[in-house]
Design a protein around this ligand. Structure first.
Ligand SMILES: [Mg+2]
Length: 389
């Protein structure tokens, strides 16, 4: 019988700001956008006034006149994240990062190994984080990832919710929930399902496969399995920083063509962003590794001011990194692009909807390529790659 814990920090950015500056503790604060005011995170004191994420800061100020607005400090959040995952690694050997402020722990067998119940181990972690970092986390414990993740987010803040390993009780919990709680169902997916009359997870469980495939495409099988509480996904025992989206390519022939390599980096980033968006995540940091003909390797990384899920934002960083790293006049054999510092649910400040249009365009391109093959639609750098060969 597996025992899987999911944890999710409460109002993470705002809590970290309050932890870092005691003058902000107990106050209504929001972490607001870098350029234009959208609320990225609101303290529970601010939420009491009806402030939520995402909301324009101007509106939040009307609801709560004494609101304190602080600009985001992503590096600080990433440091707190490292501390939280360090503490998680102290109580359990298997920790999987799901974003800066959430992750899974496999607590199977703690009774035998540590003479502690999984509940005790979970409580210990929550207490450690609260005592040392002054940040609270919410936790869900069950026998699979699906249920643990849902309960940790459903019952907030600062608590542990356990779903006992009993099929009837698990389904009684799962089936009445709205479909948006199924992993992989974004807002668009939820609207699509609702338009077809599917509002509760229990209804998805009962749908014939061909009907559901018609509606949801290739994700239908996975969705119905989740709806039926079938989830054998393991907690992956990698180091926490393993949450990253990386792609690499070894060239057929070693190359000295900088335009070609730059195009290749962009194409690799495109692949990584398809996966990132499929997981509904955003990333702030990109790393590039190059390997020379003689196997010497250079690598470096660069970060945006705020996380993104649009590949165009990263292209300039890739070009700069390549110029900086490729400082020997030697041909390259392999390049690698990796996205890290991964966030969940971060909304970029987007007053004019430019980001949303770029995102919609990227999604439409993906859909066309899914249906008609990668060559059906190419970006300029894809063309460089084909022409360059
Ligand atoms: Mg959170």
């Amino acid at each position: 019988m597996r025992s899987i814990l999911h944890f999710d920090a409460d109002a993470f950015f705002a809590s970290v700001e309050q932890a870092a500056d005691r003058r902000l503790r107990g106050r209504a604060i929001v972490v607001g956008g870098l350029h234009r005011g959208i609320v990225a995170s609101a303290s529970y004191e601010a939420r009491a006034f009806g402030v939520y994420t995402p909301m324009p800061v101007a509106k939040a100020r009307k609801l709560c006149p004494h609101l304190i607005v602080v600009p985001p400090r992503f590096e600080l959040y990433e440091q707190f994240s490292d501390h939280i995952f360090g503490m998680a690694g102290e109580v359990a050997p298997i920790v999987e990062k799901q974003g800066v402020d959430e992750g899974y722990l496999d607590l199977t067998g703690t009774r035998q190994c540590l003479r502690k119940d999984p509940e005790e181990v979970a409580q210990k972690l929550r207490a450690n984080v609260k005592d040392w970092l002054k940040v609270t986390i919410s936790q869900g414990l069950s026998r699979n990832k699906l249920l643990s993740q849902i309960v940790s987010k459903l019952y907030k803040p600062d608590g542990l919710t356990v779903i006992p390993p009993c099929e009837d009780r698990e389904l009684a919990f799962l089936h009445p929930l709205p479909v948006k709680w199924l992993p992989g169902v974004g807002p668009a997916g939820a609207r699509l399902m609702q338009s077809a009359g599917l509002t509760r997870i229990g209804q998805v469980a009962d749908m014939p496969m061909d009907w559901l495939s018609e509606l949801m495409g290739s994700s239908a099988r996975q969705l119905r399995d989740f709806a039926r509480n079938i989830d054998n996904r393991p907690v992956v025992a990698d180091r926490p920083e393993a949450l990253s989206y990386g792609h690499q390519e070894t060239f057929d022939e070693d190359t000295a063509d900088a335009v070609f390599v730059d195009a290749k980096l962009r194409a690799l980033a495109d692949h990584a962003f398809v996966r990132l968006r499929a997981d509904a995540k955003q990333a702030r940091t990109v790393s590039v590794k190059i390997r020379y003909t003689d196997m010497d390797e250079h690598q470096g990384q660069s970060s945006l001011a705020e996380p993104t899920d649009v590949e165009q934002d990263m292209y300039p960083l890739l070009s700069k990194l390549l110029k900086r790293l490729w400082d020997r006049r030697v041909r390259l054999r392999m390049v690698q692009v990796t996205l890290s510092n991964v966030y969940n649910g971060y909304r970029q400040m987007d007053l004019f909807g430019v980001k949303q249009r770029q995102r919609d365009l990227a999604l439409t391109c993906e859909a066309i390529r899914d249906r008609h093959g990668r060559k059906a639609l190419m970006r300029a750098h894809d063309w460089v790659l084909i022409a360059g060969r």
